[in-house]
Ligand binder design. Structure first.
Ligand code: FE2
Ligand code: FE2
Length: 296
């Protein structure tokens, strides 16, 4: 039977006192670095982004910023004002999910906002776009927004097959393909990531608001994390004041949910570095910041 050994990158210790002749460094390929922010919840989430985005952009050498904004306006949906506010903070592309339609006014501006995506596997005829090819600093990259179907009964088309078709289109323009897979089930996200490995540069999950610790580069070069987690109030039920959700669990009756405004806020994101020529990811790193309200 095969024995288990440490994987090559598991840090089993470096050689000491041995002179090693190193090969000359390989010429550096051009890379693009993305800051990708998980579901931004309400005003606390937006304030957290405003607080940290410039510093992260500078220290991490970020080329483009992508964020999921389905909960950005009062925890439900997106308004024109909030969209403009987040654009002003330097977010380049906005993805979403099942909450995209919560604020009715989105229907008035989504068609005229190519950088605001809704899941691409909504049926034909639905307003807005599910993907786009964008340009930043002379570099092109595609962003595709998909939504899962396991434990999410929204009548959407098959996200795997929609990805095949959309990839076919966008890959004519760029090798860099970023996918926000908005889904509930970890199994569906993992299965999709392996399915898209080698085609997508990055597959990341959103929707659960809970970060997972499984970030990795898959075998054919796709960076992956099952869920980035939310940017929003930490001591809450996925961003909402905890009292009403707990009552709903206790009584099985509907309750109105409100964004928790007083608790500390967590900023969850990933930094992904992608080779421009090949579209393969080189690294993925989770970022988590805890922010507290100050009276000054
Ligand atoms: Fe969400
Ligand atoms: Fe969602």
């Amino acid at each position: 039977m095969a024995e288990l050994a440490d994987a090559p990158d598991s840090g089993s210790g470096a050689l000491r006192g041995v002179r090693v002749r190193l090969p000359p460094p390989a010429p550096k390929t051009k890379r693009m670095r993305f800051l990708i922010i998980g579901d931004i919840v309400g005003r606390p989430g937006r304030r957290a982004v405003a607080r940290v985005i410039d510093e992260i952009r500078e220290t991490e050498g970020v080329d483009a910023v992508i964020a999921n904004v389905e909960n950005a306006a009062g925890g439900f949906g997106i308004t024109k004002k909030v969209y403009e506010e987040l654009k002003g903070l330097g977010i380049d592309v906005f993805t979403s999910g099942n909450h995209i339609w919560d604020k009715k006014e989105v229907l008035q501006f989504i068609d005229g906002s190519p950088d605001l995506l809704r899941p691409a596997n909504y049926p034909d005829g639905v307003p807005g776009r599910g993907y786009g090819v964008f340009e930043k600093g002379g570099r092109k990259f595609a962003v595709i927004n998909l939504m899962g179907r396991v434990f999410m009964d929204y009548g959407l088309d098959n996200p795997f097959r929609v990805f095949d078709r959309v990839y076919e289109t966008v890959s004519r323009e760029t090798r860099i393909v970023v996918v926000d897979f908005h889904g509930e089930a970890t199994s569906e996200k993992w299965a999709f990531a392996i399915y898209a490995d080698g085609r997508a540069s990055v597959v990341y999950g959103t929707h659960t608001h809970v970060p997972t610790a499984d970030e990795m580069i898959l075998k054919k070069g796709t960076a992956y994390v099952t869920d980035i987690g939310m940017t929003g109030p930490l001591y809450s039920v996925i961003g909402m004041r905890y009292r009403e959700p707990i009552e709903r669990f206790l009584l099985a009756m509907p309750r109105k949910f409100q964004v928790e405004e007083k608790e500390d806020v967590v900023f969850n994101a990933v930094i992904v570095e992608v080779e421009e020529d090949t579209g393969r990811a080189v690294s993925i790193k989770r970022i988590k910041r805890l922010l507290t309200w100050s009276s000054s």
